[in-house]
Design a protein around this ligand. Structure first.
Ligand code: GAL
Length: 947
């Protein structure tokens, strides 16, 4: 029989006996290498809220007010054994189904409440280290407890939380418990925000003298004549007991790894205080960072105490200059370039906001290939992994704050954003708001003035903007407080505002909002469908072509951020149910290009020839002879259109409008040829295909890293007998996966589709679907098969390659530790073991919570008491209690029944069984010894698992 037992670790001491104090920390310097450990694995999750127990009665009310005594699902010993086990990042909303009664803005997904719990152990070697728990993002409001004490309340779904858990940590056998209550009914946006702990989570162990999180600021500044300086600021914190002298060394490393310069300085850091080391590095003629050459240098900061290294952080930086000019727009490294940007939210088909980092790489690559050089994180901070990708891939970022508010909590959020991202060469502009009703008022102006000051206090190297959609001409308006004026839409006001405020550089912080559904060529509002000819937009917006033309033809407009690069869940403007995701994307929710993709690519990329023909050429028989609108999206000078070998006509290319023809339909082959300076530079064709005969899977990459994190999208399509993609297919596809990977999401880009985004079935939409797979920590062959009824199936093999695992905090088996005891006064005579304890008596018995010895001074008996609720399994089947290392005779009583005893006095473990029980149990231990002898208890109480 497997034994479940409760094992006591009474790490306690009693004031009136020989106490064992926590070991005095020696004055030796604790010098440990910083350990950054992932806490993503092995969380227990409960969907829905768990009300806190009603607090009634004096004892319970008194307890409730004490540190470490959180109740309900926040308590350390809460029974979570029936909760689901999962890994982060996690978004529970996307696991549900769309429902017409839910909020349209949130994609018709239900959100609600959820709880997460995680236990972990710290070894005795961790004692003395500084311990920080980090959550990179929780949607939306969260309360976080560690070991029964509430340590953080989070009011923003887009900011990180850094929580010092050092004072609350326990070491050795006693596990630490994190409990997180998530309120995702709270909303901060008008788009899909997901629900849960949807970004990474970490435990960071450092020496007492260490660099604080985001504590290095090392952003290069140009001084002239090829000379650059890096005014480095390193913020140190000392969680040790004494003031210390620290030495900080800062070194700059070139992209090839060679050391360029080193500087050192000394400083005093008082106990429990922060101090900043300031050093200056200088460099001549570094390689510059730009979207085309995203060259990154490294700054290594090393902290020493008494010659020993106590912490080390490597930060990346890039050398580049930026300037927004009132007449000529944006300048990067002395070159006048247009910002060709897109706005985006942070969700993807199948995974919602729980985006694997690898999927960001996929998305950013698609954008780069389209010619994007900038990204507006609309309307909130993104993840640090996203920012690192923008730095290394060369994408400039308009970094935006979430809520417009100057109260301390929101100022703290803005400060966090600037502090985290101010080393990123990609960040070229801070935005303090998006479209605020107070933008044209004195109140709004005063708020923006304050928010700008908050930013400038931390970073003077980038200008601040605010994305305004009105109020430009009010007597007071926020454009008077910013460095760069941000226009959201309002094309009709560009010139008037520029004439009125000629000194203010301007950018289109948001434009477009045109509608398109991938693969559709006829607008049918009764079916919530828009065509792909760039023919419609919101009333406030403009078509893709117009939006760009208005920016491109005004030299003083620094550039644009098109709304949006990708479709997103929610905001299905201009429709409602059954539409569940947006229509604005240049790409759909999966990242499949709509025709707008080629339109922007033709307009934004000069380095490659672009030519794409729309529509497909698979029209029904009754279309023969009827005119079909044909469009060539291209960057040539001239385009020739040919149908079935016959030239239709040749057109000059208008780089803004592109080329269109009305062509009487005839099945076959429609071709286009692009010319530049009289030479053929590009060709494109669409062909009438046959019926689908086989499924085809195309992976984004041929290999996954076997690290349990790597992920990739795989394109699903069907082909005709000649191997041609069938653009009109809508078949249902079923997937099977074998080997070291799992399917984490499905999509097809149809904004009107209600199929689940999890599982193993998805229909094609206009020829395409996507399945996203993620590796496990094993290596080997992954086989993914796609089947469609009546067609030939397709299996692909992807290798999961050996990869370094991200160091992680081990997952503990669930256990309950009984460590909340009380101890009676000492007795000469045997007491009544089951004596009644009065609820109001706070004083006769003492709290008892640790390993300890009890001296029976003039006495022979002492009684210990605790209460606990056995876990579900124990309530059903009974369990065990193990008291470890008991010195003295002992009796164990549970709910007024004796369940075991120890007759010897010598040190021994005592294991007792108890029968099936219901609800809270009253546990008492009577320890007996000779007068003036010592009785002792040392051990663990564990429950809920199989040991
Ligand atoms: C803007 C807003 C965006 C989005 C867009 C849709 O006003 O900033 O978040 O709602 O409209 O057109």
């Amino acid at each position: 029989m497997k034994r479940k037992y409760i094992l006591f670790l009474l790490v306690m001491f009693i004031g009136f006996v020989n106490s064992i104090y926590p070991m005095q920390q020696s004055d030796n310097v604790v010098t440990v290498a910083r350990e950054v450990l992932s806490l993503d694995k092995g969380w227990r999750f409960h969907q829905g809220d768990i009300p806190f127990p009603v607090i009634k009665g004096h004892a319970a009310t008194y307890e409730n007010a004490k540190a470490g005594r959180a109740s309900g699902a926040a308590a350390t010993d809460y029974d979570d054994s029936s909760w689901r086990i999962l890994d982060l990042p996690h978004d529970w909303a996307i696991e549900g189904r769309v429902d017409s009664t839910a909020n349209l803005s949130q994609g018709y997904y239900h959100r609600g409440f959820g709880w997460y719990r995680r236990q972990f152990r710290l070894s005795s070697e961790d004692k003395g280290k500084h311990l920080e728990l980090q959550f990179d993002g929780i949607a939306t409001h969260a309360t976080i407890w560690v070991n029964g004490t509430v340590l953080h309340r989070n009011w923003c779904g887009y900011t990180s939380m850094y929580i010092d858990i050092t004072p609350y940590a326990t070491y050795g056998d006693k596990v630490n418990t994190i409990a997180v209550r998530v309120d995702a009914d709270a909303q901060e946006g008008w788009w899909y925000e997901g629900a849960g702990i949807y970004r990474h989570t970490w435990l960071v162990k450092r020496s007492p003298l260490h660099i604080v999180t985001d504590g290095v600021f090392a952003h290069p500044v140009k001084k002239g004549n090829g000379q650059w300086e890096i005014p480095a600021e390193i913020s140190l914190y000392n969680s040790g007991k004494h003031s210390v002298e620290g030495e900080v060394e800062v070194s700059l490393y070139a992209p090839n790894g060679s050391l360029m310069e080193t500087r050192t300085t000394k400083l005093t850091v008082k106990a429990l205080q922060e101090n900043i080391a300031r050093l200056q590095l200088s460099v001549s003629n570094p390689e510059l960072w730009s979207p085309d050459t995203p060259t990154l240098y490294k700054v290594k900061s090393v902290v020493r105490q008494n010659g020993k290294v106590t912490d080390e952080v490597t930060t990346r930086c890039g050398f580049r200059t930026i300037r927004f000019d009132k007449d000529t727009g944006f300048w990067l490294n002395g070159e006048n370039i247009k910002i060709k940007g897109v706005c985006n939210h942070q969700d993807h088909a199948g995974v919602g906001v729980a985006m694997p980092d690898a999927l960001w790489e996929f998305r950013l690559r698609k954008l780069k290939e389209m010619g994007v050089n900038a990204y507006r994180a609309a309307h909130n901070p993104t993840s640090k992994e996203f920012m690192a990708l923008c730095d290394s891939m060369g994408i400039m970022v308009l970094d935006e704050n979430r809520l417009f508010n100057t109260s301390p909590e929101y100022v703290r959020q803005l400060q966090w954003l600037v502090r985290r991202d101010r080393n990123c060469p990609s960040v070229i502009l801070w935005s303090v708001f998006n479209e605020e009703p107070m933008q044209g008022t004195e109140n709004g102006y005063e708020m923006v003035r304050r928010m700008c000051a908050v930013v400038k206090e931390m970073d003077t190297t980038r200008p601040v903007t605010a994305a305004m959609n009105g109020g430009f001409f009010s007597e007071y308006n926020v454009s008077q407080a910013v460095d760069v004026g941000g226009f959201n839409y309002q094309i009709g006001s560009y010139d008037r505002f520029h004439a009125q405020s000629p000194e203010l550089p301007l950018i289109s912080s948001e434009d477009g909002s045109a509608f398109m559904v991938r693969g559709e060529y006829k607008t049918d509002k009764s079916k919530n469908i828009f065509d792909s000819y760039d023919s419609a937009s919101t009333g406030w917006g403009a078509t893709h072509r117009r939006a760009w033309k208005e920016v491109a033809t005004r030299p003083w407009m620094a550039g644009c951020f098109y709304w949006t690069g990708f479709d997103y869940h929610g905001e299905p403007t201009p429709f409602k149910w059954p539409s569940v995701s947006s229509f604005f994307g240049i790409m759909d929710l999966c990242g499949f290009p709509k025709s707008a993709y080629y339109l922007h690519q033709a307009q934004w990329r000069k380095d490659i020839p672009v030519l794409e023909l729309i529509p497909h050429w698979n029209w029904p028989a009754d279309s023969v002879g009827k005119p079909i609108k044909v469009m060539a999206l291209n960057n040539a000078d001239k385009v020739k259109l040919i149908l079935n070998g016959k030239t239709i006509s040749e057109q000059q290319v208008d780089p803004y409008e592109m080329n269109t023809w009305m062509v009487p339909y005839k099945p076959g082959r429609l071709e286009a040829v692009g010319y530049k300076n009289g030479k053929i530079v590009s060709r494109a064709k669409v062909e009438t295909t046959g019926k689908p005969v086989q499924v085809c899977l195309t992976p984004y990459r041929t290999q996954l890293s076997g690290d349990g994190r790597d992920a990739m999208p795989i394109t699903v399509e069907v082909l005709d007998s000649k191997g041609r993609h069938v653009p009109t297919a809508n078949e249902m596809v079923e997937f099977t996966i074998a080997g070291p990977a799992k399917i984490i999401g499905l999509g097809n880009g149809d904004p009107n589709n209600h199929e689940p985004e999890k599982g193993n079935m998805r229909s094609l939409f206009n020829g395409l679907a996507q399945v996203i797979i993620q590796s496990t920590e094993e290596t080997g062959e992954i086989r993914l098969t796609a089947e469609v009824q009546g067609l030939k199936s397709h299996t692909i093999i992807i290798q999961s390659a050996p990869a370094a695992l991200v160091p992680s905090v081990a997952v503990e088996k669930p256990l309950m530790l009984l460590d909340k005891w009380i101890v009676s006064p000492l007795f000469r005579e045997r007491p009544d073991v089951n004596c009644r304890l009065e609820d109001y008596d706070m004083n006769s018995w003492q709290p008892f919570a640790g390993t300890g010895t009890i001296k029976l001074e003039n006495a022979q008996y002492v009684l210990l008491r605790t209460t606990f609720v056995p876990d579900r399994l124990q309530q059903e089947k009974g369990g065990n209690i193990l008291l470890q290392q008991v010195v003295g005779k002992a009796e164990v009583w549970l709910n007024n029944r004796k369940i075991g005893s120890k007759m010897t006095k010598r040190k021994e473990d005592l294991l007792v069984e108890f029968p099936a029980v219901k609800g809270e149990c009253d546990l008492r231990v009577l320890l007996t010894g000779e007068i003036n002898s010592v009785v002792e208890l040392k051990g663990n109480v564990m429950t809920g698992g199989e040991y």
